[in-house]
Design a protein around this ligand. Structure first.
Ligand code: SF4
Length: 356
């Protein structure tokens, strides 16, 4: 059985046969090296959500249902499926009375009501930093403010946040949306955002919004989470020195996709996202001396290590870590699991490092 160690899924068996040495002997001038961005990979919210599913399966037995992907990573989802998690799109696919985990991206109150109507035993693994945005939206709606939510249409987190104040929220996808927005002439106007956006693009959107609506108010604190910000700062440091940046992460992982964009904006000559090491193409390495490597907040470290192993085979054996921040934040388990004996022991073991 695989397990969680320091925020990374550890595997007893190789995930899939890998074509060893296929990147070997590529000609590249200059000293070949890896610039390994840090922080990278698992954040506190993802770690908590994955552990929540594991603990739920251990305590309640399989199957445990999960609404949407618990985190946006194909490898993590596949590992949890093998252990007994069943991923569904909507609540009505879950048998009445079963255990259902809400993903780290959060859900709207309507989804929670639908689960209660179906008598499901819900376990809420919404990241506490997403819950904070939900609370802001609810509070601003009670104050009858108009909320400009900066985020990506169709993303689960955005759907969950909009669902907390559907009548009062207007979605702003980015700076190019600003000119077309129509807001009420009276009343307060406030912006909030998805947690996993590009910091620079979001600030650009806010600048454009403020030019159009000078009465726009800021939220009490940043909504883009610490993990997203830290990973972007690290890749900004790496990118100017990198001929190529490889970001490990899934296509539906917003923060992983943003890392590729940020790398390109900050000087990387090329940048690609891969789910697995075997997706790296030989032609990406032609003439490349320096490769920046990072990973999104939902990516277990084992996948990065596989990338480094393949790149070492290709001659990039020298690895220099570029660290821009230390992270030690951990969140306590969802309250539904803290009531179990294992959950209580887990919380005690985590001691003073956790935040609820
Ligand atoms: S990326 Fe940020 S908001 Fe999302 S789960 Fe991680 S810590 Fe929470």
């Amino acid at each position: 059985m695989s397990g969680i160690t320091n925020g990374a899924l550890t595997l007893d068996a190789p995930r899939a046969p890998r074509a060893s040495g296929r990147l070997r002997d590529l000609p590249a001038p200059g000293a070949k090296r890896i610039l390994l961005a840090s922080p990278r990979g698992y954040c506190a919210g993802v770690d908590r959500a994955v552990i929540a599913v594991e603990k739920a399966i251990e305590h309640f037995g399989a199957p445990v249902y999960v609404r949407k992907q618990i985190v946006h990573n194909v490898h993590v989802v596949s590992e949890l499926e093998q252990r007994g998690a069943v991923f569904v799109d909507e609540v009505d696919e879950v048998p009445e009375g079963a255990h259902l985990v809400f993903s780290a991206h959060g859900v709207s109150p309507a989804v929670k009501r639908a689960a209660a109507d179906r008598r499901l035993e819900a376990i809420d693994a919404t990241c506490p930093l997403v819950t904070k945005v939900h609370r802001e939206a609810t509070r601003f709606a009670k104050q009858e403010a108009t909320i400009l939510l900066i985020g990506h249409a169709g993303h689960e987190e955005v759907e969950g946040t909009m669902g907390h104040a559907p009548e009062r929220t207007i979605l702003v996808n980015g700076p190019d949306d600003v000119d077309a927005i129509v807001v009420p002439e009276e009343g307060e106007l406030v912006w909030i955002s998805q947690t996993t956006l590009s910091v620079d693009e979001t600030m650009d959107t806010v600048r454009r919004l403020r030019e159009r609506f000078p009465r726009l108010q800021d939220p009490p604190s940043d909504d883009i989470c610490y993990a997203t910000q830290n990973r972007q700062v690290a890749i900004k440091k790496v990118a100017p020195e990198a001929d190529l940046v490889i970001v490990v992460g899934s296509a539906n992982s917003s923060n992983s996709v943003r890392l590729v964009e940020v790398a390109l904006e900050h000087g990387a000559r090329a940048a690609y996202r891969v789910d697995y090491a075997e997706e790296i193409r030989q032609e990406w390495l032609d003439g490349v001396a320096s490769i920046g490597v990072s990973s999104g907040a939902s990516v277990p470290e084992v996948l990065v290590q596989e990338v480094l192993a393949d790149l070492a085979d290709a001659g990039y054996g020298e690895v220099r870590e570029v660290r821009t921040a230390e992270e030690d934040l951990m969140f306590s388990l969802p309250k539904e699991l803290r009531r179990t004996a294992e959950g209580a022991a887990e919380v005690r073991a985590l001691g003073g490092r956790i935040r609820s």
